[in-house]
Structures are given as C-alpha cells and as structure tokens.
Design a protein around this ligand. Structure first.
Ligand code: ATP
Ligand code: PRP
Ligand code: MG
Length: 288
C-alpha cells in the first residue's frame, strides 16, 4: 500500500487535493477527515500540517508527501545525520518567494544593512542558512506567523517571510529588500535514497499528466502543403506534429500540442502565414 501525506490546512491544502483528485485518487470528503483510504489505487492519504510533512517522509512512515519547498528545506537537518526527505518534482502551484523586507520608512534598504539587526521569521532554519552562507551576523527572532507585524510592534528591525502578491507586506508598511532568498512552490517529496516502487512511479506519472494537461492545449489547423515546413516550425509539438491530408487537394490538417501561454501568439503567426481553421481545445488528462 502507498501512503501519501497531503497538507490539511493553508494555501497548499485545496490545490493539492484538487491535483490528486484530477490524478484519479480519492480525496477526503470532509475537512475533519484525518486520513482517507482509496481502495482502487490501494493508497492511503494522511492530512497533516505542511510544516510536518517532510518529517514523516524522512522518517519513512509515509512514502511520499506534498509540501512547500520552503517547508521542506526548513525541516531538513543540515548536519548530515539521519534520513532526509528530498524534492522529487515541482507541482506548479503554491508559488511564493521567501524574502527580506523592512519598514518603508527605515534606513535599511539593502540586505547588507541587516548586519547586527533583529530579523523576524517563521522559517528560522532557512534564514540562518542564508546568514551562514553569506557570513552575515543577525539576531533571528522566531515567530509562528503574522510575521509582518513584528516590526511595528518593535520586536524586530526587519522580517524574512513568504511573499506572493506582496499585499500583506504593503499593508504592514514594509518594502522588499534584496533578491529572494528562495523561490518556493508545492513539491512532491520522497525519502532520499528510497528505492523506486511502482506505486510511486504511477503517482508521479499521473501528477506529471495533470501538469501537462494544465500547461498545454491542443492546436488544430489546416495548412497549404507548400507552407507546411514553416507552419510546423511554429508548432513543433512534443515529439512532432501530426500531419494528415485534407480532402481538398494541396492542403493538410496539422495537430500539435502548444504551451498555453503561447496560444494566441502561435495562432496569430499561423494565420499570418496562411493557415486557416485554427482551433484550440483543452487537454483533460495526459500521459507523456
Ligand atoms: N500567499 C501564499 N501564496 C502562495 N503560497 C503560500 C502563500 N502563503 C504561504 N504559502 C506557502 O504555503 C506553504 C505553507 O504555508 P501555510 O500558510 O499553509 O502554513 P503555515 O504558515 O505554517 O501555517 P498557518 O498559516 O496555518 O499558521 C509554504 O510552502 C508557503 O510557501
Ligand atoms: O504576499 P501575499 O500575497 O500577501 O501573501 C503572503 C502572506 O501569506 C502567508 O500568510 P498566511 O495567510 O499563511 O498567514 P501566516 O503569516 O500566519 O502564516 C504568508 O505568511 C504571508 O503573510
Ligand atoms: Mg501561513
């Protein structure tokens, strides 16, 4: 049986469950469910705090888990002793960055000026690792959340926190300083060195299938044969586009996968070239 850890709360919880459901796994019906068994896939899902997930996976009590890259690194010991969890694949949601910010009216506007200052964070391990790697000395003030308020209340001179839109920072009168310490997103984690088992390989393929279905669309168009070489250079597809003859002599039908973000540019380019009947359809699921 495969045992999988899923975030039970927070911003990662719902998208993680949606992705697993789209991958064909049964998910919990009620927010109160602590675990769910999916008999069809012989897989049990455990709903745990994202901060704890890498710990269960490193211990080997659960085979794989979904958590944030920042949470994984925060809970990974750096002393080299004992088993650790490692990132297997990024999952494309829960994107955020971990970065420094200081009060907009303060004199601290560069990372180097944090030397000797008090920095509040809910990720003391990540912050300490950054300080050690740069040789900076600063006092790490460990908080549990709502870190943005720490400067206003006088317990810190700056913060190092999770930023997505920056709304929370701005509302607290803070401004970003320096480059991100880490770019994070939800990731699938597995015990480092664990042997590959078929159930994990299947889960990975299914998650990859959802990622592809989300990132690509299917593009169909009709193209005069003398333009085929140029048209298929615009839509190379993954392995290569499917080209079939149209009933009308001198024309072909072309089918290729295209990155979702590129769809309109590609359609414009094809139309200008002379392709017609350009249609886009979404992909519901895939195995690549
Ligand atoms: N606004 C956000 N947008 C995207 N990802 C975020 C956002 N806030 C947090 N995250 C990510 O979600 C993960 C877990 O954060 P979450 O807020 O769920 O846990 P927490 O802060 O430890 O717990 P809680 O907020 O329940 O006290 C982290 O990997 C973090 O990078
Ligand atoms: O840049 P933004 O889009 O504003 O998002 C970032 C905020 O979201 C998270 O807070 P959360 O709601 O998890 O509260 P917490 O600080 O108590 O963890 C994070 O800790 C930031 O505070
Ligand atoms: Mg939070």
């Amino acid at each position: 049986m495969l045992r999988v850890a899923v975030p039970n709360k927070g911003v990662l919880s719902e998208p993680a469950q949606t992705m697993l459901a789209e991958s064909g796994y049964r998910q919990r019906r009620s927010l109160k469910d602590l675990a769910v068994y999916d008999p069809e896939n012989d897989t049990e899902f455990f709903y745990l705090r994202p901060r704890d997930i890498a710990i269960y996976v490193a211990a080997g009590t659960l085979d794989v888990g979904i958590t944030g890259r920042d949470m994984l690194l925060e809970t990974t010991p750096t002393d080299g002793a004992g088993a650790v969890a490692a990132e297997v694949m990024p999952l494309g949601f829960g994107r955020s960055s971990f970065r420094f910010a200081s009060p907009a009216d303060s004199a601290i506007d560069e990372v180097a000026e944090l030397e000797g200052k008090r920095i509040a964070t809910a990720y003391p391990g990540l912050l300490q690792r950054f300080l050690d790697s740069t040789g900076m000395k600063a006092e790490v003030v460990k908080l549990d959340g709502a870190v943005e308020t720490a400067c206003r209340l006088g317990v810190a001179d700056a913060v190092c926190d999770v930023v997505e839109t920056g709304t929370t920072l701005r509302a607290a009168g803070l401004r970003i300083i320096g480059e991100p310490v880490l770019a994070s997103e939800a990731v699938l984690v597995r015990r480092e060195g664990a042997e590959e088992i078929p159930a994990v390989a299947q889960l990975r393929r299914r998650l990859q299938g959802v990622l592809v279905a989300r990132r690509y669309v299917m593009l169909d168009y009709d193209c005069p044969n003398d333009l085929l070489a140029r048209a298929t250079a615009i839509t190379p597809g993954l392995e290569g586009p499917t080209v079939s003859p149209l009933h009308t002599p001198g024309w072909s039908a072309v089918r290729a996968m295209v990155g979702k973000d590129d769809t309109n540019r590609v359609m414009d380019d094809l139309y200008e070239l002379g392709a017609r009947a350009i249609l886009v359809t979404s992909i519901a699921a895939s195995r690549i």
